[in-house]
Design a protein around this ligand. Structure first.
Ligand SMILES: [Zn+2]
Length: 108
């Protein structure tokens, strides 16, 4: 998991493309592979969620942090799926969790 976070951080820091949003003076264009890089980062971050839910959710429950983690995942899920940044088949490991987070009884 540490490698995934390091990968994402390095990608974001290495890409000046993420500065395109803020740099209205220089007007740096997005690189052609910007979407692919975003997809790869999100795919790897999704694996972090899978790892947390499968291997550490008992600890999260002990800390009473499940609503926080579920909310983080919910935001991740809606962002990634709304913008088609992650394949639905990649999300299959957490299908049950997605159903739980879409449940009307879910509390944030
Ligand atoms: Zn772990």
């Amino acid at each position: 998991m540490r490698r995934t976070i390091i990968f994402a951080t390095v990608q974001i820091l290495a890409l000046k493309s993420f500065l395109c949003f803020c740099d209205s003076v220089q007007r740096i264009p997005f690189p052609k592979n910007f979407i692919q890089i975003c997809k790869k980062i999100l795919c790897r971050l999704f694996r972090v969620f899978v790892h947390v839910y499968i291997h550490h959710f008992d600890r999260i429950l002990l800390m009473g942090a499940e609503a926080h983690v579920n909310t983080c995942y919910k935001h991740f899920y809606y962002f990634a799926t709304e913008l088609n940044l992650i394949d639905r088949k990649e999300l299959e490991p957490l299908v049950r969790t997605e159903q739980d987070t879409h449940d009307d009884t879910f509390t944030c």
